[in-house]
Design a protein around this ligand. Sequence first.
Ligand code: NOJ
Length: 583
Amino acid sequence: MTTDHRDPVPPSAPEGPQAERTPGWWKSAVVYQVYPRSFADSNADGIGDIPGITSKVDYLAALGVEVVWLSPVYRSPQDDNGYDISDYEDIDPTFGSLADLDALIAALHARGMKLVMDLVVNHTSDEHPWFVESRDPASPKRDWYWWRKPRQGFQAGAAGAEPTNWASFFSGSAWQLDEQSGEYYLHLFSRKQPDLNWENPEVRQAVYAMMNRWVDRGVDGFRMDVINFISKQPGLDDVPAVPGRPFAAAGERFANGPRLEEFLQEMNTAVRLDERHLLTVGEMPASTIDLARSITDPAKRGLNMVFTFEHMNVDAQPGGTKWDIAPLHLPALKQNLAAWQEGLAEVGWNSLYWDNHDQPRAVSRFGDDSPEHRVNSAKTLATVQHLHKGTPYVYQGEELGMTNTQFVDISSYLDIESVNHYSDAMSLGLEAETVLSSLAVRSRDNARTPVQWDDTSHAGFTQGIPWLPVNPNYVYLNAVAAQADPDSTFHHFRRLIALRRELPVVVDGRFELLLPDHEQLWVLTRTRGDQVLLVVANCSSLPVTVPAGVLPDVTGARLLLTTHAGAETAELQPWESRIHLIG
Ligand code: NOJ
């Protein structure tokens, strides 16, 4: 890695080849998410970096993914592992340099692959020069953030003086007092992540100019962090209080505001997102199907697709937070995805994901990570995901069937959300054991343990000490072992990805969910002309018999992919799945 992070080459003069982007190319692509901190470390500092990613590009090409989405590598104090950006124009030295990024882009483009950058513009770091300047009430940048006086009748800093009763996603108030001016600023995430004020046109123009510089540099699109929070509901009012709690979740006040689509259209025009066929995916907690349809309607010039959170909430208690865990009821999960399929069938496009850096590992959550069922449940979950209609996202290690980690002590957790939740829960008098058991299931650190490359020390992730401990199961669960085993999850993912290239019905076949109420079977069809793909998946750890006479006849059909070679009987083994091509 170079030490000079400022690249002498001006951003408008990228060196590597540009990717060819045809209209709608992202519909037939599979995206692979890299969380750089945990992917591959090239310089033995224990933290993954860009040269580490470049060294694995051939691995990604072998898997067959076409796009890499890179979680933030910009300059950052790393309060939220890079989602707190202090310089949008530069790379954090932890991860390398602009020259390293150019080399990664060139390596991807040379293999016909593309790079999508994370775009975090709902907020900056409090160390971003814009915010530093904004702290001065007389500064022209004061209005670039949400500054408010204490609540009427309250002294700044007194309990209850926060301008509204909104809770931050990372516990505590969403407002932080700045002693210098006696005013509060809004931060929906950590206090080091102040929210930008998108109502101010200068903010918007600054963001678009920055995006244009990245496109000129060669990037092929953007994954937009909590993009539906950029338009807040006017007024910034209180939400109904939660008994016994000083602050309350306030998504209804700051998500999906009235100017969201206007801002996205303006961005689309200013950055020529559509004209340049850039991939755009908006992370949108609290988005509805109707809103997603409108935002992804090509005629409205918003985004290509959004990340919904609805299916991430099916295993939480209704009305509770993510920490209030409920058992998974399979019909709820499949019916939710089917509703999105139906809602975006004619207009718009879906993104498909189980895993990312904010969610526990899917095989531990929706599958069965016991030694007996881990591989088949990881494969079957992938089959179901990739055979819905939309663009699939694979999160690093998902293709290996990586599992949740096994931290038993709060001191092992590093994620700001987990650490803050624990201390908040302790101050409210909750049992440590209860909180630790929900952290074990839900903490974001589950997804952030280093990628397990081989069975050498630290799983081949680093020559140093990894910033977060490697999952001990790396000794048998690693990329080298998976690539060598033709029956591994890796090769199952590879075959699924190849199927999408071979068969247009995987990309655009009409979706239908069969047996919606069945508690073990997930059955769906995709239809294109005379061709029907039938997916029959046992999403449970018990055998199940397919009810007679209710599924399309598979006599003469081709079995494209299965988890269990051998007899195709009416009984499916635990986590057995089959993809048939009829016609
Ligand atoms: C969503 C990101 O995925 C998450 O990791 C981050 O903490 C928040 N947005 C704040 O940027």
